[in-house]
Design a protein around this ligand. Structure first.
Ligand code: CP3
Length: 342
């Protein structure tokens, strides 16, 4: 089906655009009253993720409410560990919890991986198909997965953490097992992304949320090579790599076969352009907390960011939007971008 608004995809491919496209990481979620209403009627987060027509409904809510230029399929990066044999729970007001974790060679050998693990996630592929039908070509649909290092963090740690010191300790004490686990996650994620693409997603984004807690040397040994492998394996659609906090490795990330480099809010546009040049497409990077400021300040910062990147830019925040962000401020942000012309 032909897209009515393909601005996001044209920008991702590095083509000339009349204005930068805009969407928000975590746009489908608790900032929207429609999401909170639907979520309140369900047993929990997983019911939403695992029921394809409901996942499709919340994927489309921000398109209707905010008028953003791309949809992102409602799901979670933690479906991959679950498909590999480590189920997760989403504990209300606390976050993810894994009753079983990975610590030994035996644990890793017992995991499912690759094609047969990816086949466990039919509910995601069904959600993609329904979403594509219901979007009816209005905007492109983004598919995503976690980067292997970020997924390892949850599989070893068993939940969220400020330091992920258990996962980092694993890299020092069991480097070979870490590589074995990262390889299995990579194979599974590639098979999973290919199935999402076959179901209809137009671009894929790899979220490396915990890249920034690694020393540069470890990032380049345990994180980046697996992302590079994923980018090489996926040739069907454009790819975005968002390695939050890995600013010391920006050039190396840009040198993978990715089309778009995600930028967090700690890295100034001028530094990004000095490192990557003017031709690489970047995505980001307003501080999500800016959306708690007044509308004038939101407008000014949004415009100066757009000017700072100077083109080849997809507007987003530097990380996911926080759930209690006032919706009107999100709209000021989106409308400011939509009112801009290069
Ligand atoms: O709109 C979108 O961006 C699509 C949906 C999406 C979710 N999770 C839905 C979600 C995406 C892209 C993710 C990715 C994800 N999940 C990441 C990578 C991006 C990032 O934020 O760094 C990570 C690390 C996770 C793991 C995860 N899922 C955590 C730590 C939590 C708990 C924290 C929280 O926000 O509550 C989740 C739960 C989650 N995933 C929610 C949503 C909307 C909140 C669940 C709810 O409705 O209560």
């Amino acid at each position: 089906m032909k897209l009515k608004n393909d601005l996001f995809l044209r920008a991702a491919r590095g083509e000339a655009v009349e204005r930068p496209p805009v969407w928000l990481m975590r746009q489908a979620g608790r900032i929207l009253p429609q999401y909170r209403a639907l979520r309140g009627k369900l047993s929990g987060f997983k019911e939403l993720v695992e029921t394809p027509h409901l996942a499709a409904e919340v994927t489309i809510q921000p398109i209707d409410e905010l008028g953003v230029d791309a949809a992102i399929i409602f799901s979670d990066i933690l479906v991959i560990p679950e498909a590999m044999g480590l189920p997760y729970q989403m504990v209300e007001a606390k976050g993810p919890h894994f009753p079983r974790t990975i610590g030994s060679a035996n644990d890793i050998n017992n995991l499912n991986a690759g094609e047969s693990a990816a086949e466990e996630l039919q509910y995601v592929f069904d959600a993609v198909k329904i979403t594509k039908q219901e979007l009816d070509g209005r905007v492109p649909l983004i598919g995503f997965c976690g980067a292997p290092w970020t997924i390892l963090c949850y599989m070893v740690e068993g939940g969220g953490s400020k330091t992920f010191s258990k996962a980092r300790k694993f890299l020092y004490q069991e480097p070979e097992l870490a590589h074995q686990l990262l390889s299995q996650i990579t194979e599974t994620s590639i098979a999973y992304l290919k199935k999402k693409i076959a179901a209809g997603v137009d671009l894929v984004q790899i979220f490396d949320s915990w890249a920034g807690i690694l020393p540069t040397k470890h990032y380049q040994e345990f994180a980046l090579p697996y992302i590079a492998k994923m980018c090489e394996a996926i040739q069907e659609v454009p790819k975005t790599v968002f390695s939050k906090g890995a600013w010391t490795s920006l050039e190396a990330i840009s040198a993978t076969d990715c089309n778009v480099v995600g930028i967090d809010w700690n890295t100034d546009p001028s530094i990004v352009r000095a490192k990557l040049g003017d031709e690489k497409v970047v995505q980001g990077n307003l501080d999500p907390c800016l959306l708690y400021a007044g509308s004038q300040e939101i407008k000014e910062h949004t415009l100066s960011m757009i000017e700072g990147f100077g083109g080849k830019h997809i507007v987003n925040l530097g990380h996911g939007v926080y759930p209690d962000t006032p919706l009107d401020n999100v709209k000021v942000f989106v409308d400011t971008v939509k009112g801009f012309a290069y």
